[in-house]
Ligand binder design. Structure first.
Ligand code: GDP
Length: 298
């Protein structure tokens, strides 16, 4: 399937190298763990997550008195599944209305992901409204409009440079008037001006809380898998300016840096909820730890 296909390069970077090492080692020793550590660190799993994985592996090998290097693979799979299961991956859109605020820097696939999410929700019978609250760039509004038309949902927009919170306010009034189920808000991702971004998001959240106190709320941070460790840096900065309830990890297809999923789960402690596996409207999947690890080791 699409996930297996997309993870091919990541598989080359992680699993196939691990297989080679396990096959070439006759016994389990320090050197074997050093090799495994090297593979994980150099394939974007991140130092912190890698050290944790290796330490746990050593413990499990000892506890279970394992001597065959090939058995280490099953332990590693279990370890990864455990590490990647850090909370529900379901979008919190229980209440009607619900609000999803989408944050992330430009170019990571924010607009595309909003379109894909809107489409999925619509297919589930939900009435969706989009708010073009990235008013900083006219192109952002235009792009979102293309997706709104493609999916067939209403878009609330103002002109470039207008107050993002005012767009959200209008969108909420539209949601109330039409009894819509989900409002998805795009936002500007200008991380280089942290103070402005924080103020802008705070104002948006304040309006949502005031106008829709009963709504289910979700703040999705969109990260680009192809940026590897940079994605972690971005996420840490975003966590300083905004609450984040879930990650959308885009462009997992065709990158060798898929190990970043493990780093994100381990270092940020925010669940990856959705993964982008292509540019098309259906190329967004709910993240599932077991499926992901199985695809990686298939
Ligand atoms: P934004 O600036 O964050 O809103 O980014 P866009 O949504 O405009 O996406 C930037 C580029 O990334 C576009 O060419 C998208 O088609 C592409 N893109 C987004 N998500 C994915 C994905 O999951 N896989 C691939 N291969 N491309 C993606």
């Amino acid at each position: 399937d699409k996930l297996k296909e997309g993870l091919k390069k990541t598989k080359n970077a992680i699993t196939e190298r691990i297989d080679q090492v396990l096959v070439s080692f006759g016994k389990i020793d320090e050197e074997l763990f050093d090799e495994l550590e090297e593979i994980l660190i150099t394939s974007d799993v991140g130092t912190e997550a890698t050290l944790r994985i290796i330490e746990d592996l050593k413990k499990k090998v000892k506890e279970n008195k394992i001597t065959d290097p090939l058995k280490v693979k099953e332990l590693l799979k279990d370890e990864l599944k455990e590490l990647l299961s850090i909370g529900s991956t379901e979008l919190n859109v229980e209440a009607s209305p619900s609000v999803i605020v989408v944050v992330g820097v430009n170019g990571v696939g924010k607009t595309t992901s909003i379109g894909k999410i809107a489409n999925q929700l619509k297919q589930k019978g939900k009435k969706v409204v989009m708010a073009a609250a990235d008013t900083f760039r006219a192109a952002a509004i235009d792009q979102l409009e293309i997706w709104a038309n493609r999916v067939g949902v209403e878009l609330i927009k103002h002109s470039e440079g207008s107050d993002p919170a005012a767009v959200v306010f209008d969108a909420i009034q539209a949601v109330k008037a039409r009894k819509s189920d989900v409002l998805i808000c795009d936002t500007a991702g200008r991380l280089h001006n942290k103070k402005n971004l924080m103020d802008e998001l705070k104002k948006i959240f304040r309006i949502i809380d005031r106008e829709l106190p009963e709504a289910s709320k979700e703040v999705l941070l969109v990260l680009d898998a192809t940026t590897g460790q940079n994605a972690i840096v971005q996420a840490k900065t975003f966590k300083e300016v905004s609450p984040v309830s879930g990650i959308v990890l885009t462009k997992l297809d065709g990158t060798a840096k898929g190990g970043i999923v493990i780093a994100i789960s381990s270092e940020l402690n925010i669940p990856v909820k959705l993964i982008g596996v292509g540019e098309k409207i259906d190329d967004l999947q709910r993240f599932n730890a077991d499926e992901f690890v199985e695809a990686l080791f298939s």
